[in-house]
Design a protein around this ligand. Structure first.
Ligand code: HEM
Length: 353
């Protein structure tokens, strides 16, 4: 006979999938646990942004985004990861203003060619498709910066991750800053000390660093992003000693010493397209793919290591902190009011008439 636990478990799993299918509608009370442990700093209102910003001007924004995302992710699950990463790479460079989406032009040096982005960030075609649909539904209303934020939130939910109330109303920059992209986006071989500094520069703390690194529960990285760990971690021609042995061998066979730099490996080898807490479990086992993942555990910061352990043990806690931290990241330095513009095409600034 099924025990009460099995029955409750089944209800939980069923409700989880049910919420997933209603991806863009807020779950009922009690589903997410904002702020019980970590104060919801991220939810502190930002002047000019609000969760019902398009209530009168584009109430169908969410419904417009959802089917396009669903289709794109069904076709290629990795696209969810790529879209989530776009929010990070947008917000860390002059704020969440869609600067990352601008192509090279007379007045624009595209951030797409910055070292952390080149041959790496992706998902632009999906953003274009969503934006075109939004323009059709509500012309010149929903910004590209909000489009990126909506796509990131939707991608997280569709991958099984948490839902969050998304403040909207960001406007789009008329500039990009490739130099700042090189300066502000952390490299994968950064020490823990440097990672903390990169995040602090954006007003983000250690909890944010650990929780947001959990985004590496989905998606992939190229060999070039972690090769140093396999062959020359400390300029000593030796592998990173914190890599678990069998994991090291799998990686080394996929990424030879010479060549193969563009080959990709999943960031979370257990469930590469499911947004869950297995990333932290892997990091505890020496199976974090990037140096920046592994140092959260091995970098000798007791608060940070403690958080990794807590998230590995408690997925609900990870989700709760994630919601707070991703909200905070999405609120970095937005353009509001009369600043910036609502781009018609996310790849270029509007032409002055
Ligand atoms: C803590 C500092 C971080 C570092 C050093 C870092 C670095 C990287 C690198 C090197 C890759 C692989 C790129 C490639 O090989 O082409 C990657 C992938 C990814 N990153 Fe991060 N990242 C960090 C934080 C974040 C944050 C805060 C987010 C989101 C909120 C994020 C989301 C992702 C996702 C989803 C992918 C997979 C993308 C795909 O498959 O297209 N990362 N990251």
């Amino acid at each position: 006979m099924a025990s009460i636990n099995t029955v409750l478990g089944a209800i939980f799993v069923a409700s989880f999938y049910f919420c997933g299918s209603l991806a863009f509608f807020p779950p009922g009370p009690g589903h997410h646990h904002e702020g019980a442990h970590h104060p919801p700093i991220g939810s502190a209102p930002i002047p000019g942004l609000s969760t019902d910003y398009y209530r009168l001007t584009c109430p169908q924004a969410d419904e417009t985004v959802a089917p396009i995302l669903k289709k794109a992710i069904a076709k290629e699950p990795r696209v969810a990861a790529s879209l989530l990463r776009l929010l990070f790479h947008d917000c860390f460079v002059q704020g969440c203003d869609a600067s990352v989406l601008l192509d090279d032009a007379e007045e624009v040096v595209s951030e797409k060619n910055a070292i952390p982005n080149k041959d790496s960030i992706r998902g632009f075609e999906v953003i274009d498709e969503i934006k075109a649909a939004l323009e059709e539904a509500c012309p010149q209303t929903v910004s590209c910066a909000d489009t990126v934020a909506l796509a990131a939130r939707g991608s997280t939910v569709l991958s099984g991750g948490p839902y969050w109330e998304l403040p909207l109303g960001r406007r789009d920059s008329r500039t990009a800053n490739m130099k700042l992209a090189n300066k502000n986006l952390p490299p994968p071989n950064a020490t823990l000390h440097r990672l903390i500094k990169f995040f602090r520069r954006q007003g983000l703390d250690k909890v944010d660093l650990v929780a947001l690194s959990g985004s590496h529960t989905i998606g992939s990285a190229r060999c070039v992003s972690f090769k140093q760990r396999l062959y020359n971690q400390h300029r000593d021609n030796r592998p990173d000693s914190t890599l678990e042995t069998s994991f090291y061998h799998t990686l080394a066979s996929a990424c030879p010493r010479a060549g193969g730099d563009g080959e990709i490996r999943p960031l979370d080898l257990v469930s590469p397209s499911r947004f869950d807490n297995s990333y932290y479990k892997l990091v505890l086992e020496g199976k974090g793919l990037l140096n920046s993942d592994e140092v959260l555990w091995t970098g000798r910061d007791p608060e940070i290591a403690g958080l990794v352990k807590s998230y590995a043990e408690d997925e609900a806690l990870f989700f709760e902190h994630y919601v707070s931290s991703v909200t905070k990241m999405g609120n970095i330095n937005p353009l509001t009011g009369h600043d910036g513009e609502i781009r018609k095409n996310c790849r270029r600034v509007n032409q002055e008439i």
